[in-house]
Structure formats: structure tokens, C-alpha cells
Design a protein around this ligand. Structure first.
Ligand SMILES: CC(C)(COP(=O)(O)OP(=O)(O)OC[C@H]1O[C@@H](n2cnc3c(N)ncnc32)[C@H](O)[C@@H]1OP(=O)(O)O)[C@@H](O)C(=O)NCCC(=O)NCCS
Length: 269
């Protein structure tokens, strides 16, 4: 699987049009919009509060050269009203995170869902080799959660980050596409070194004695990797039973990503 940045570079610049919006790459002329969004207390209510001057300046510089950063322009009056970005998810290497923010004057008209739905569909169609898409929003951000659910995204994980409960959504519209992306991500990104790191950090005493080559392990060995609910082997739980559906991702109590693989998935690893 290509990295999210590589996948974006292949298909960037991209312009998207919906009934009421035009999404086009951010330019330096959008600096006032970027400032407004990053410093508005209402917009930033669930995003850690207004950003510092340094952060504003950095974003004003980087957005125009960042593949995956769109300005959302209202078609009716050609006014920039927000930003939508797709970029690497810092929590899970290989996954793509979508973020979005509109000026409060544009809220409540369905423009957010129109913009985000267009960007999610674009990712599926334009970057089929790109990583699986996620959207993370604070649990308390009810409007954002309604937006994601209204465009067919599914809540797949809840965890704490930046001291706040967070909800992680992934597209459920085209399940086959989503599953394929997760499967590729796991097969290609979770390498032996990562398993070793996970094993050393978190494996049980019995699990630590086991070799890294999961395919060589017996069912009995595998069960030792996951004596409790899951996750004793760090990022990979290779338990062969009791995990449904066949392949899915989740997060261990300490926040690390983990994947459940059945014996079928194991053979591909
Ligand atoms: C999250 C955010 C983008 C939502 O923007 P939005 O345009 O108001 O969101 P929606 O598109 O869901 O529309 C909101 C409401 O307009 C309604 N609406 C009005 N006219 C509509 C139309 N023509 N079509 C569809 N919905 C319409 C919707 O039903 C929806 O109501 P609901 O929230 O009660 O379900 C915006 O609140 C925001 O920028 N927040 C700050 C940044 C942020 O928190 N981002 C999320 C984390 S990355």
C-alpha cells in the first residue's frame, strides 16, 4: 500500500463540485480564512481552543502546499467558508484522516455534510490504493458526529486523546472497499519489527517467549498472545477464535491500535 501522502500526491491537485460547493486546493489568498477558522472560539470549541499565532502562521504557510487540503467555497457567492483536509492519521500509520471546519455563519445548512461526503467519496474513487479513511471527533461534538453518521460513517472506536473522549468513525458505505484497505494496511504496515516492539512492551510473560513468526505458532501458542480480551501481543492479536468479524481494528486500553486476525488472515500475514 502506498503511503497516504504518496497516494495524495498522485491525484493532487483535485477540485470537487457539489450542488452548493466548490472544493479547491487552499491558496495563499485563503490566509484570512485560515486565521478566522483557527482563532474562532466557537469553531475551536472541540478542537482544543483557539490556535496560537505561531500555529496560525504555520498553517497559512503549509496548507497551500499540502496535498489534500481544500478550501470549501460556497458556489452561490464564491465565498470561502471552510476547510476540509485529508492527510495521514497520526494514530495509525497508513490510515487517512479527514478533518473539516466551517465558519459558524455557514453552519446549520447541511454544507458540512455536503463537503465531507464529497471528499470521502473522492478518496474512495480517486485513491483506491490509499489507506483506510477515519474521522476522529470529540464525543461531545454532537454536530460533527451527526454529520459523520448522516453520510454513512460508522462509529468503530472510542478512546481518550488530549484529555477528551474521542469517537473514531470509518466509512461504511462501501464496506468491501473499507475492509480491503484495512486488510492491506495490516498486511503491509504491521511488520515484524512492530510486532517485536509490541511484544516486548506488552506481551505476557508466556507470550514473550514466543517467536515473532506468527505463522509458525500453534493455536495454543496464539492463545497465549491474547490471554484476556485482546492485545497482549501489542498491536497484533493473532488469536484464532472468538473475534468477529474476521478482520477488524480496534484500540487496546492503552490506546495502541490492534488488529484481530483469524486463521485465514494469519496465512496472508
Ligand atoms: C462540524 C461542522 C463542520 C458541521 O457543519 P454543518 O454544515 O453545520 O453540518 P451539517 O452539514 O451536518 O448540517 C447541520 C444541520 O443542518 C441541517 N440542514 C439544513 N439544511 C440542510 C440541507 N439543505 N441539507 C442537509 N442538511 C441541512 C442538517 O439537518 C443538520 O442538522 P442536524 O445537525 O440537526 O442534523 C461545523 O459545526 C464546524 O465547523 N464545527 C467546528 C469544527 C469541528 O468541530 N470540526 C469537526 C472535527 S474535525
Amino acid at each position: 500500500m502506498t503511503s497516504v501522502d504518496d497516494a495524495l500526491r498522485l491525484v493532487w491537485p483535485a477540485e470537487l463540485r457539489t450542488d452548493r460547493l466548490h472544493l479547491r486546493p487552499v491558496t495563499t489568498d485563503d490566509s484570512p480564512l485560515v486565521r478566522q477558522l483557527l482563532t474562532d472560539a466557537t469553531v475551536r470549541a472541540h478542537l482544543g481552543g483557539p490556535a496560537s499565532e505561531e500555529r496560525v502562521a504555520a498553517r497559512q504557510t503549509t496548507y497551500p502546499t499540502t496535498a489534500g487540503a481544500w478550501t470549501v467555497v460556497r458556489a452561490a457567492d464564491d465565498q470561502p467558508v471552510g476547510l476540509v483536509t485529508i492527510g495521514p492519521d497520526h494514530r495509525c500509520e497508513g490510515a487517512a484522516e479527514i478533518s473539516y471546519q466551517l465558519l459558524p455563519s455557514a453552519w446549520g445548512k447541511g454544507l458540512g455534510r455536503e463537503a465531507v461526503a464529497a471528499a470521502v467519496s473522492w478518496w474512495t474513487e480517486a485513491a483506491p490504493k490509499g489507506g483506510p479513511m477515519v474521522a476522529v471527533t470529540q464525543a461531545a461534538n454532537a454536530g460533527s458526529r451527526r454529520l459523520l453518521e448522516s453520510i454513512g460513517m460508522t462509529l468503530v472506536d472510542e478512546f481518550e486523546e488530549y484529555g477528551q473522549p474521542q469517537c473514531l468513525y470509518t466509512p461504511a458505505g462501501d464496506q468491501e472497499d473499507t475492509d480491503l484497505r484495512w486488510a492491506r494496511l495490516i498486511a503491509e504496515r504491521v511488520d515484524t519489527a512492530e510486532r517485536r516492539r509490541g511484544a516486548q512492551a506488552r506481551a505476557t510473560a508466556m507470550g514473550q517467549e514466543l517467536p515473532d513468526n506468527l505463522t509458525a505458532l500453534s493455536d495454543g501458542d496464539l492463545a497465549q498472545l491474547c490471554p484476556d480480551r485482546h492485545g497482549a501481543y501489542g498491536r497484533i492479536c493473532a488469536r484464532t477464535a472468538g473475534h468477529l468479524p474476521d478482520l477488524h481494528l480496534g484500540r487496546a486500553p492503552d490506546g495502541a491500535w490492534i488488529a484481530w486476525l483469524t486463521s485465514d488472515g494469519l496465512e496472508d500475514t
